[in-house]
Write a protein that binds this ligand. Structure first.
Ligand SMILES: [Zn+2]
Length: 170
């Protein structure tokens, strides 16, 4: 029987030789470590998503899903609350991720500014009205929390700008 158990195999993610310990169970391993396996799987998943997301079938499925979500949200307050919480958690995670990476955060902000800048005056006014309505819908307690969040964000931005300045001086 031909076996490749002792020929070096290289990691399909980082290219290093896969250590012997990872071999010997069924399929030959494709990556050298758990980190490489995860990184490769995530890159493959992203590529699959990029290929699929512009197809008509994908867009139809997505539109149907959003429509179903809308109906259920309108009919079921418990579901609506859970969904709002889930969406908020996604936004929080995304924001935390951005805050850990100043360059990405600045890129994101520039995109937001450009988006707002390119709106028609009417759409811009709509956005402002939406924000005002959102703020008006907050309870007094939430307004206080929001106020502290804005101050925290402002302090964080100043810190980031300062560390960026220091980094440039070095
Ligand atoms: Zn590797």
């Amino acid at each position: 029987m031909v076996t490749d158990a002792h020929t070096p195999i290289n990691c399909l993610w980082c290219g290093k030789t896969i250590p012997g310990g990872r071999r010997g169970h069924g399929h030959p391993p494709k990556t050298c470590s758990e980190e490489c396996r995860k990184a490769r799987a995530s890159a493959r998943e992203k590529a699959r998503y990029r290929r699929a997301k512009d197809t008509q079938k994908w867009q139809e499925t997505r539109a149907a899903y959003i429509e179903k979500l809308k109906i259920r949200t309108a009919q079921d307050p418990v579901f609506a609350a859970a969904e709002a919480q889930r969406q908020q958690a996604i936004r929080d995670r995304y924001r935390e991720k951005l805050e850990r990476d100043p360059a990405r955060l600045e890129g994101y902000r520039a995109k937001q500014r450009a988006w707002f800048h390119n709106l028609t005056p009417e759409r811009r006014e709509d956005e402002r009205a939406r924000n005002r309505a959102w703020y008006a819908s907050l309870t007094q307690e939430e307004k206080v929390l929001y106020y502290y969040e804005v101050r925290r964000q402002h302090a964080l931005n100043q810190l980031l700008a300062l560390s960026e300045e220091l980094r440039k001086k070095q």
